[in-house]
Design a protein. Structure first.
Length: 251
């Protein structure tokens, strides 16, 4: 940006400058990691959406006859509201909006270009992580929740397809059973957990068990339905098999 343009922004009224700053903070929070496909217009107009929230609050609270203390309070509330709206959008509203659009048949697109990117950008709770390397070896984190308090979280899934994980089980390519592995040095517990980083170039397949409250409930309903139907289907199949096995009476 040319220096004269930056100076023009700094010369704006303080309320307008606070609203723009709030809007950009909101944009960064709402779309960090999701902005690789955003162009200049995307940045400008998404920033203006959050700026509108901040500007509206400033206009309501910081009236012309408001004192300095009330004006400062208006700026604080405006910035906090814009950031809160961005957090709410990132945490809940974005996924819910796309879900409503899919349910209504309007669009199934979430603006992601690959399945991996779409998985990364949706709020889900991964339960188990299995990586199969190109050499045939498999590594697994059996229960990701065990590492919720780890410094880097339960795992790292890179935009490039790389994976960082706490390996609790391994299966060499010549084996068919999982072997348990310690994820820390028992002789040096103060070193913490060992995270294994696997570059995308070495990965052949990634399997992630995902769940949330809705999917767990739906899965339970499916299992109950299957259990109810299975005996009927088995009895029906057994009756048909018995009938086919009985020799026909001579005519």
């Amino acid at each position: 940006m040319p220096p004269e343009n930056a100076q023009y922004l700094l010369d704006l009224p303080l309320g307008t400058l606070a609203a723009l700053a709030s809007g950009y903070l909101g944009y960064r929070i709402a779309y960090t990691g999701k902005d690789t496909k955003h162009g200049p217009l995307d940045v400008v107009f998404i920033t203006l959406v959050f700026s509108f929230i901040a500007k509206s609050i400033i206009a309501i609270i910081a009236t012309e006859d408001a004192g300095a203390l009330r004006t400062v309070a208006a700026f604080v509330v405006a910035i906090t509201s814009a950031i809160g709206a961005a957090c709410a959008w990132r945490k809940w509203l974005a996924d819910e909006t796309f879900e409503v659009l899919r349910t209504m048949g309007v669009s199934a697109s979430d603006r992601c270009t690959t399945a991996w990117e779409s998985m990364l950008h949706r709020s889900r709770s991964p339960q188990r992580l299995v990586v199969r390397k190109k050499n045939g070896d498999r590594v697994m984190t059996f229960n990701l929740a065990d590492f919720s308090n780890a410094p880097l979280g339960t795992c790292l899934l890179g935009e490039d397809g790389s994976v960082g994980m706490y390996v609790t089980d391994i299966m060499p390519r010549e084996k068919t059973e999982w072997e348990t592995r310690e994820v820390f040095d028992s002789a040096r517990p103060d070193w913490g957990y060992d995270m294994t980083f696997i570059p995308a170039s070495e990965i052949a397949e990634v399997r992630i068990s995902l769940h949330d409250a809705a999917s767990l409930k739906a899965g339970k309903r499916y299992q109950e339905a299957f259990q109810r139907k299975e005996p009927i289907l088995s009895a029906s199949a057994e009756a048909k098999n018995s009938a086919s096995a009985t020799p026909a009476a001579p005519t």
